[in-house]
Design a protein around this ligand. Structure first.
Ligand SMILES: *Cc1c(COP(=O)(O)O)cnc(C)c1O
Length: 396
């Protein structure tokens, strides 16, 4: 029944479990463990745990299970496992799947910590990684080998907002039997249906749009029941990256409003990008929803024409201009989260992407003048006026 609901209904009612008190709002089960009626019941539960039975919060918890079921319904995935953060989701998905001697192909435009896992951690355990330009299908094709076990990419890259073709890359990966793991944060589970488009495993940092109000860390891995319960769960429950029940409750509440929030944020993002395009102070306005974006055709087919909630502004005048711009903003805050109700401006070259070599920064288009702008829920006219006065200040 709930599978046939539309998103907004799934997001409000999906996965709800009620206790004997029949509470309206989902309960927070802040408990580390569960009591058994008898020694026999305890023994039986350790042999086989049914979906509504629990043993220990590292393995599962009713509030966490509600979150997993609701997000799986939204994504159209068979199953989900909630994690302590987005990075616990990325590292869990990859590490549970890979072993020494395996080969991975990954896009090179990655969130800093994702790059660290692929470049520094997996390689230390004998996994070989080939990095490609994610927008170039020829490079994906050329990098595949018979021993390629997994493919990894962010479907919309951070901070330059390149869009990667999930269907085409998945088809290339599946020819050699590789598992496709997609970090879908920037695309959001509302605009993108990565599993339908060919991905095997989808990961989210729930810290971003799913919470949407900058309160808690969380993450989730989605995929087939076989992958989630057979491959990922044994790894996660024994290594400890499980989500706290309190955070799961915050994220359940976040899911209730995510559809409304991200659509409003994407509408405002498009209005801002349109208003600022061609501004004198700007080298470039990057927004996937603009018709001049290099992958705009893919935005139409893969994201229903929605460009997401983040835009990037490349200012003329390098770091000095970017800093004058950031310091002149009065509504957005200078920080490094995204998907928040509050608009957030970030200077990637000196913060989130500081660790990258100058060559890689140049290759990825992370210039000294680049500012990433995560659009919040404020009034669009107020934001546009504030951005324009800050751009004037940046021109000095
Ligand atoms: C934020 C982010 C992560 C990491 O999520 P955390 O919740 O901070 O651990 C991973 N991938 C992308 C694309 C992100 O934006």
């Amino acid at each position: 029944m709930s599978e046939s609901w539309n998103n907004r209904t799934k997001l409000v009612h999906g996965g709800t479990r009620r206790s004997q008190y029949n509470e309206v709002s989902e309960a927070i089960f802040l408990t580390q463990g569960f009591v058994y009626d008898s020694a026999e019941q305890a023994e039986a539960r350790f042999i086989e745990t049914a979906p509504d039975e629990f043993i220990y919060a590292r393995y599962g918890n009713p509030t966490v299970a509600m979150f997993e079921e609701r997000i799986a319904l939204l994504e159209g995935a068979e199953d989900a496992f909630a994690t302590a953060s987005g990075m616990a989701a990325v590292s869990g998905a990859l590490t549970s799947l890979l072993k020494a001697g395996d080969h991975v192909v990954s896009a090179k435009a990655l969130f800093g910590s994702c790059l660290y896992i692929l470049e520094n951690i997996l390689t230390r355990y004998g996994v070989e990684v080939t990095f490609v330009d994610g927008t170039d299908l020829e490079q994906w094709r050329a990098a595949m080998r018979p021993d390629t076990k997994a493919v990894f990419f962010e479907s919309m890259s951070n901070p330059t907002l390149e869009v990667i073709d999930i269907t085409a890359v998945s088809a290339i990966a599946h020819e050699v039997g590789a598992t496709v793991v997609v970090d879908n944060v920037f695309s959001t589970p509302v605009f993108s249906k990565a599993i339908e488009q060919g991905a095997d495993v989808v990961v989210y940092s729930a810290t971003k749009h799913i919470d949407g109000q900058g309160r808690v860390l969380g993450g989730v891995v989605l995929g087939t029941m076989d992958f989630i319960r057979g491959t990922l769960e044994p790894y996660m429950k024994h290594t400890g990256g499980s989500l706290s029940p309190f955070n799961a409750w915050m994220l359940l509440k976040g899911l209730e409003t995510i559809d409304l929030r991200v659509k409003a944020q994407a509408d405002t993002a498009l209005q801002i990008a349109t208003a600022l395009q061609g501004h004198d102070a700007l080298e470039r306005t990057i927004y996937p929803g603009l018709a001049d974006h290099a992958q705009n055709a893919l935005v139409q087919s893969q994201l229903g024409g929605r460009g997401g909630t983040v835009l990037s502004l490349d200012l003329k005048g390098g770091k000095e201009a970017a800093f004058r711009f950031l310091n002149a903003l009065t509504i957005p805050v200078i920080s490094n989260n995204l998907g928040d109700a509050k608009s957030i401006a970030t200077h990637p070259a000196t913060t989130t992407h500081q660790r990258l070599s100058d060559e890689l920064k140049a290759e990825l288009g992370i210039t000294a003048g680049l500012v990433r702008f995560s659009v919040g829920l404020e009034d669009s006219d107020d934001l546009i006026a504030d951005l324009k006065q800050a751009l004037a200040a940046a021109q000095g």
